[in-house]
Design a protein around this ligand. Sequence first.
Ligand SMILES: N[C@@H](CCC(=O)N[C@@H](CS)C(=O)NCC(=O)O)C(=O)O
Length: 209
Amino acid sequence: MIDFYTWTTPNGRKVSILLEELGLDYTPHAINITKDEQFAPDFLKISPNNKIPAIFDHETNIALMESGAIMIYLAEKTGRFLPSDQKSRAEVMQWLMWQMGGFGPMLGQAHHFLKYNAGKSAYAEERFGTEAKRLYRVLNTQLEGRDFISDEYSIADMAIWPWASRYEWQQIDLAEFPNVRSWYQRLLQRDAVQRGYQVPKDMGDIPAG
Ligand SMILES: N[C@@H](CCC(=O)N[C@@H](CS)C(=O)NCC(=O)O)C(=O)O
């Protein structure tokens, strides 16, 4: 059994979607980051950087933080959603790292300045708004002629999709990125994606793209 510590955010949903896809036995624990529950001493023992998501795997006694590390761990544990041949594996890792280093952190800043603190910094709005569009252009190009980020559905898709689901917060019109929109809607049709989105609690309708 896996204890899964999470909240209703893209980084948490990356892992809940993967857990649902894998059909693993897990117990979600809501860590309400708007109430500073991420600083509770018991949570810090599992996630010393005081951020969700984190897991504790009772089968291996392994505690892990950082969504990318958790996704690789679960994919390797089950032998799924991370190809074993070197070329495909490297490609999936490349896009997972692209999400971890760019599509997540930059869009996170876009949420701060375009949605939560609009009007406070024209510079930051311009910087992160422009960067968001650039990242969507890169993703749109990668998805040209493809159903998934790499040859097959993988942890790279699951890592990127929850961030794309906040396209409205990022002031992104998916009509400008047709390959992203098709891919977004393709994943949205998956039951595991829909279930994973609603962990640790039901947040209502999922953006339709
Ligand atoms: N690089 C980390 C980022 C995790 C992260 O930023 N988590 C946010 C929610 S999406 C959080 O827990 N924030 C609470 C805080 O910063 O105190 C990962 O991918 O797991």
